[in-house]
Design a protein around this ligand. Sequence first.
Ligand code: AR6
Length: 176
Amino acid sequence: MEQHINASTLILTCGDITKETTDAIINAANNRLAGGGGVDGAIHRTGGPTIMKECRKIGGCPTGKAVITTGGNLKAKYVIHTVGPRYQEGTRNEAALLKSAYLESLKLASKKNLKSVAFPAISTGVYGYPLNEAANIALQTTIDYLKEHQDITLVKFVLYDQNSYNIFIEELKKIR
Ligand code: AR6
């Protein structure tokens, strides 16, 4: 599914983000940038050891912030590592932190003059964020950003499973 926002395109698709050819893919990392399971594990496996080497040099990333490394062996030139919140009943500022993870990633892409980025559904795996709420925050934050900034021309959400894809579609229809 595709939507145009001013000069930019927003695409929702189902698949494996490590295969994306956008300028950057976003990683759902942890505070220590130590690697792990889920999309983080897949990115480091496919991208090879240079990404981890750069992560070690950076040292870490607070929740809701973002840092950038090269893409190693990935097709994408860069990986933007952001850290979403662990979901704990929604009472620990989770919504603001998830919004910030998307916003800081987009700002970093703009700062680096990147034109296209691909996001996974941050925090919705190991970190347990309810999918509908997470999809709403992801999409609303991205749409608001693209309305204000013309520099990023393509944002893709690459959802790993059909259920996540369906929920993102549902939430995008509500926003429209
Ligand atoms: N491409 C796209 N999406 C994927 C892929 C892939 N190859 N693999 C998994 N997903 P998660 P989190 C989806 O758990 O919840 C790690 O251990 C997955 O189905 O990867 O933010 C980190 O080191 C889900 O929808 O990230 C952290 O410790 C989404 O990506 C912690 O997990 C996010 O799930 C971060 O947890």
